[in-house]
Design a protein around this ligand. Structure first.
Ligand SMILES: [Fe+2]
Length: 420
């Protein structure tokens, strides 16, 4: 008989791998009750650690009482029958609760019977164990019925119980572990969702901050333009030439993206230059040149204070430095000059050559390239520019020409005739 029952349980347990602990306990209890013909029963599971260890009811069944009993927890103490079984791992048979055997440490707790009107007589209580022998729960069967009478549970069930408790104990342990994993996964999923939402919020905030920064840069560049009426679309073109040159020089994407807006601020210091000097129609005297050249230092001051403006600040400060020295404001040489400033220096001069200035007409692309690569009476390119960048400019000059064509200012007289 024992073999058949344990086989039956083995199949049952194998079928139960996906059940929740509660459902598994419900089914185990039904099966135990059917096998022993018990009228009622309960399954408890051990919870908590150390002093807070307790038994929690997972399943309560009673054919005689229809009203649902509330699930509850009880402390683990050898004074109660289930507590004793949980503590010792022994099986307890009580043939009649009114006649408890002498010398046993446990006693029957009548509280439930008094409350419900149910009458408990015989009890069989056994532990559920892990394969290592650790008790993880308790099964309590009540009132074995035989021809309508309550009879004691047969001791023969004890052999069967050992096997059953082991099999079911293992299944319950597995279900518990699965449930803990599910619970942990649920918490992790929830946490991931929260983190994702947080990331989206931070990204959105940085996007807004970036937009605000771009807007400030544009406003600042435009304000500088207002002070220096001659420049027209110069700053936008310098942005694009600089971006092109940075790309040709193999700078990384972040650098290229940054220089594309930071270059616009190269002459922002002109806002602080004495207006009389800035707008003087004729030649500047030595003192006036000092003031004009100070736009690099003014730009440095205007852009101070924020790491996000570091490149713009370097450009504003160093775009008039020269490769072989002799530039201003500090007379830096070669790679002492930040690469972003070296790029903008080249872009700035190309655009100035292409544009009409009070002191010179607008040059054709060919003439501008000629001056850039071979110099003229005003400039010696080999002393002025980074030779690597200049070589790149020479090999790709048509791309600069294309940008000029796309972004050139309308000639003044043509604009005026349109207005008229
Ligand atoms: Fe400048």
């Amino acid at each position: 008989m024992t073999g058949t029952i344990s086989q039956e349980f083995l199949v049952f347990v194998d079928d139960s791998t996906t059940l929740s602990t509660k459902l598994l306990a419900e089914r185990v209890l039904s099966k135990c009750r059917r096998l022993t013909n018990a009228e009622a029963g309960s399954i408890f599971i051990m919870r908590g650690q150390g002093a807070s260890r307790h038994l929690e009811a997972l399943s309560l069944q009673n054919d005689a009482i229809k009203a649902k009993r509330k699930l509850f927890v009880i402390p683990i103490t050898p004074a109660s029958i289930s507590g004793y079984v949980a503590t010792t791992g022994d099986i307890v048979f009580v043939d009649d609760v009114d006649r408890m055997p002498d010398g046993v440490p446990y006693r029957f707790n009548r509280a439930f019977d008094l409350k419900s009107g149910y009458r408990t007589r015989s009890i069989m209580c056994f532990p559920l164990k892990t394969p290592e022998g650790r008790v993880i729960g308790v099964v309590q069967l009540i009132n074995r019925l035989q021809d309508g009478q309550v009879e004691p549970f047969q001791r023969g069930f004890a052999d069967m119980i050992g096997v059953v408790s082991l099999l079911v104990g293992r299944a319950i342990e597995r279900a518990e572990a699965l449930e803990q994993i599910r619970e942990r996964n649920k918490r992790l999923t929830e946490r991931n969702r929260e983190l994702k939402a947080e990331r989206t919020r931070v990204l959105e905030l940085s996007k807004q901050t970036e937009q605000a920064l771009m807007m400030s840069v544009e406003l600042l560049a435009r304000a500088a333009e207002v002070h220096d009426a001659e420049v027209g679309g110069h700053i936008q073109r310098v942005n694009e030439y600089s971006y092109l040159m940075a790309t040709l020089a193999g700078m990384d994407k972040a650098f290229c993206d940054e220089i594309r807006w930071a270059a616009a601020l190269h002459d922002v210091g002109k806002m602080s230059v004495d207006q009389a000097v800035l707008h003087k129609p004729g030649k500047l005297n030595e003192l006036e040149w000092v003031e004009m050249r100070a736009h690099t230092a003014y730009g440095w001051q205007i852009l101070a204070g924020h790491p996000r403006l570091a490149m713009a600040r370097e450009i504003a400060h160093c775009h008039h430095e020269m490769w072989e020295g002799g530039g201003y404001p500090r007379g830096l040489k070669g790679e002492e000059i930040p690469i972003a400033a070296r790029i903008v220096a080249l872009a700035d001069v190309y655009d100035a050559l292409r544009s009409a200035r009070p002191y010179k007409p607008a040059y054709s692309h060919e003439r501008a390239v000629q001056v850039m690569l071979h110099g003229d009476e005003r400039m010696r390119p080999e002393t002025h520019f980074d030779p690597n960048l200049l070589a790149l400019f020479g090999s790709h000059s048509e791309k600069f020409a294309a940008l000029w064509t796309r972004m050139a200012d309308a000639p003044k007289d043509e604009a005026e005739s349109r207005v008229a």
